[in-house]
Design a protein around this ligand. Structure first.
Ligand code: SF4
Ligand code: SF4
Length: 74
């Protein structure tokens, strides 16, 4: 578990860049504008992402996932 902006998160948003084709659909639905395209590569601002899951549900090619942080530590 780690803490950002006073919030504790047990997940992290992961982007599968092999699947993502930079359509921008996820960027449009992110409430805190945590997603952005930089030279057509999707990036996430982990410090503002609230893990709301909207982008994960929106992606037509399932390129996004909220991954448990614990599984990333080992
Ligand atoms: S999980 Fe929610 S807050 Fe985080 S990047 Fe996706 S839409 Fe934005
Ligand atoms: S909705 Fe999916 S394919 Fe489109 S930019 Fe977001 S992650 Fe990439």
């Amino acid at each position: 578990m780690f803490r950002r902006n006073g919030q504790q998160h047990v997940t992290r948003l992961d982007i599968d860049h092999d699947k993502c084709y930079s359509c921008g659909a996820c960027v449009a639905v992110c409430p805190p504008d945590s997603l952005f395209l930089s030279k057509l590569t999707l990036q996430v601002d982990d410090t503002t992402c609230t893990r709301c899951n909207r982008c994960v549900a929106m992606c037509p090619v399932h390129a996004l996932a909220l991954t448990p942080v614990e599984s990333l530590v080992s």
